[in-house]
Design a protein around this ligand. Structure first.
Ligand SMILES: Nc1ncnc2c1ncn2[C@@H]1O[C@H](COP(=O)(O)OP(=O)(O)OP(=O)(O)O)[C@@H](O)[C@H]1O
Ligand SMILES: [Mg+2]
Length: 375
């Protein structure tokens, strides 16, 4: 087990600065997930921790010791890639045993560890097969098994489940969660999958262009995104962001007027705002409600452009006079609304978020905090 600390880490490839001053503490035994758009530096950051790339500046500490120049084995990390990178000519057993043999463990220890891990990952019946005789999920389990047998202090996963079908992803996600609970190892996990990030992480790190945008528990990021980037990135479908102008700033409620729409009071501390400031109102699709007056048209309803019925929930895409991107409303279960239906939709002010002209969130007041939890 190990605590991993990144202190002002930078990475420059040639003349391109990829990772900028990343400061992060990953606690001993913690499950940390990196998310962010393609190319933001997630894999690079993992590779810097693993020792597969040189750190340009800054320090990497594992259990308090500087490890910038340590080799991957000296760091005690095990990495699992999206492409399983199994040795095709070796059996499952040999794939798992290979690293241990290289590390000069005696045959008895190697066998003991491989058998134990095979049991954990339900690979016992497959030990004599080669990778091409396995399904994608089985190969993934072997790749994870190969990392586990070496008993690393830190596991690094780079999109390990992205090649699997939906059902297998759910199963493997649970296996990884159980593995973490049992091994109590430090795990750093990169994913594009919202559900994986929300369910596996104790702490999510949102990256953009090689910089950390926000670090927090999944629900902290969901309930209190620090800026419009995190607000738009965490949650699917993403938070609606609507242009507005400040009408009356306040310490507990701030009144704004939506551009081409109605006034709405939002439960944020807007005392640093000034009347007339341009702001953005954020409202998650599940927090919009049907009401007496429409957020844009007042007495007149808005048109439903598209309805998506998912069975357990329905998504309504509503006309948005501000931009072509429709406003999304999510409702429980199935709906009778159809394309062309007319609805009046409101923003409950205690559910909404407010962002200043730089995209930074205004602090939500206690009225808002209380209402995030439905008991
Ligand atoms: N060896 C390299 N030389 C030069 N540039 C590189 C190198 N490796 C990565 N990069 C660049 O660094 C940036 C970050 O890449 P990285 O692979 O870390 O992104 P990522 O967040 O993992 O993206 P994805 O989600 O697509 O996997 C990209 O712009 C990439 O082109
Ligand atoms: Mg990557």
């Amino acid at each position: 087990m190990a605590k991993v600390e990144l202190q002002s880490i930078n990475k420059v490839f040639g003349r391109v600065h990829i990772i900028h001053d990343v400061d992060l503490v990953i606690e001993d035994g913690e499950f940390v997930v990196f998310v962010g758009p393609s190319g933001c530096g997630k894999s690079t950051l993992l590779r810097l921790i693993a020792g597969l790339e040189d750190i340009s500046s800054g320090d990497l500490l594992i259990d308090g010791e500087k490890k910038n120049d340590a080799t991957p084995p000296q760091r005690g990390v095990g990495m699992v890639f999206q492409s399983y990178a199994l040795y095709p000519h070796m059996t499952v057993y040999e794939n798992m045993a290979f690293g241990l043999k290289l590390a000069k463990h005696d045959a008895g220890t190697v066998d003991e560890r491989v058998q134990a891990v095979a049991k954990t990952l339900q690979l016992e019946a497959l030990l004599d097969r080669t990778p091409k005789q396995l399904s994608g999920g089985q190969r993934q389990r072997v790749a994870i098994g190969r990392a586990i047998v070496r008993e690393p202090k830190v596991f690094l996963f780079d999109e390990p489940l992205s090649n699997l079908d939906a059902a297998l992803r759910v199963q493997m996600r649970m296996e990884i969660a159980r593995l973490h609970a049992r091994l109590k190892a430090t795990m750093v996990y990169v994913t594009h999958d919202q559900v994986e990030a929300m369910t596996l992480a104790e702490k999510i790190v949102v990256l953009r262009d090689g910089r950390i945008e926000q670090v927090g528990s999944p629900l902290t990021l969901y309930n209190q995104p620090a800026n419009t980037f995190v607000a738009g990135f965490i949650g699917s479908p993403k938070m609606n962001l609507l242009q507005a102008t400040v009408v009356e700033p306040g310490g507990t409620w701030t009144k704004v007027k939506l551009d081409q729409g109605q006034e709405v009071a939002i439960a944020v501390d807007g005392s640093r705002l000034t009347t007339g400031d341009a702001v953005q109102v954020g409202i998650r699709p599940e927090h919009l409600v049907f009401g007496e007056a429409d957020l844009f048209n007042g007495d007149q309803p808005s048109e439903v452009h598209v309805v998506e019925q998912l069975g357990n929930e329905s998504l309504l895409y509503l006309a948005n006079p501000q931009e072509p991107m429709p406003v999304v409303l999510r409702c429980e279960g199935q709906t009778g609304y159809k394309m062309g239906s007319m609805v009046k939709v409101q923003i409950p002010g205690h559910r909404a978020h407010l962002f200043d002209s730089d995209g930074n969130a205004l602090p939500r007041s206690s009225e808002a905090e209380q209402s995030s939890i439905i008991s």
